[in-house]
Ligand binder design. Structure first.
Ligand code: CAA
Length: 261
């Protein structure tokens, strides 16, 4: 198989410092089969390791971000094979990416598609976006964060409703419930995300990575532990040249030049 058969990968933004990954399995509404997920993992890793890239965008097409894990691939699996084969475990690579990943959701983000978007750091939605966890309708439950990340994002009542019934929410409700940070017209949302990616890519990559780690710790730690971890990371920024440069540039009324050191 070609390196990228089910995804498109390009560099975008004025300085080419934003990596764009487009899921490209339109006939199956970007159903997340094993091959697609493994191509995605490789592409994310390549951008993550590339010094020229400061932020990554993950999107689908105007009809679907992704309609879930590939149901046809799952039909004949049994417990032993999913357990031994660590089914879906490789998906965690998405949330292990160190650089900020922005999901741009147009159309369906269902099941694994919604979970994939929630593994990203920021979600922008097009006006036609729908989010849902319809696994219950096919006799299973979410396996990649739908019962966990969704609950933390939108709260128990809405998450329970979505998980127990498959009821979808639209872009507007996703915005008011805190699942996404912005909604834009469908044909503009990718460009808005690129602008956001460029803004992030213009910061110190070193400090951006530390900042992402700090925010993510809010999901994993108690408040006391999280505040402690944040303060330590904050102190750590004082061991960097970029911290000194940033504050000096402010005082000297000039733009900072980051060296990621
Ligand atoms: N897996 C495999 N194929 C899928 C798919 C999926 N999740 N979603 C859509 N497709 C395929 C359809 O089978 C169809 O293929 P054919 O043309 O070969 O029949 C093609 O994509 C187009 O789909 P539809 O004809 O169904 O399109 P539609 O516009 O009528 O409906 C839809 C769109 C409502 C999204 C509908 O496709 C649908 O309900 N999809 C399944 C959604 C779902 O249940 N997702 C959860 C999957 S389980 C999961 O994700 C587990 C986990 O937690 C990781």
């Amino acid at each position: 198989a070609k390196a990228h058969e089910m995804i498109h990968v390009e560099r975008v933004g004025l300085n080419g410092n934003v990596g764009l990954i487009k899921l490209n399995r339109p006939k199956a509404l970007n159903a997340l089969c094993g091959q697609l997920m493994s191509e995605l993992r490789v592409a994310l890793r390549e951008f993550d390791d590339d010094d020229k890239i400061g932020a990554i965008i993950l999107t689908g097409n105007e009809k679907a971000f992704a309609a879930g894990a590939d149901i046809k691939e799952m039909i004949n699996k049994d417990f032993a094979s999913t357990y031994s084969g660590r089914f879906l475990e490789e998906w965690t690579a998405v949330s292990d990416t160190r650089k900020p990943v922005i999901a741009v959701v147009n159309g369906y983000a269902l099941g694994g598609g919604c979970e994939l978007a929630m593994m990203c750091d920021i979600i922008y939605a097009g006006e036609n976006a729908f989010f849902g966890q319809p696994e219950i309708n096919i006799g299973t439950i979410p396996g990649a964060g739908g019962s966990q990340r969704l609950t933390r994002a939108v709260g128990k009542s809405l998450s329970m409703e979505m998980n127990l019934t498959g009821n979808r929410i639209d872009a507007k409700q996703a915005l008011t419930s805190g699942l996404v940070s912005k909604v834009y017209p469908t044909d503009e949302v990718v460009n808005k995300a690129i602008e956001l990616g460029e803004k992030i890519a213009a910061q110190s990559p070193l400090i951006v990575a530390m900042c992402k780690e700090a925010v993510n710790s809010a999901y994993e730690m108690t408040l006391r532990e999280g505040l402690h971890f944040e303060r330590r990371l904050f102190h750590n920024t004082f061991a960097t040249k970029d911290r000194k440069e940033g504050m000096s540039a402010f005082a000297e009324k000039r733009k900072p030049t980051w060296t990621s050191s």
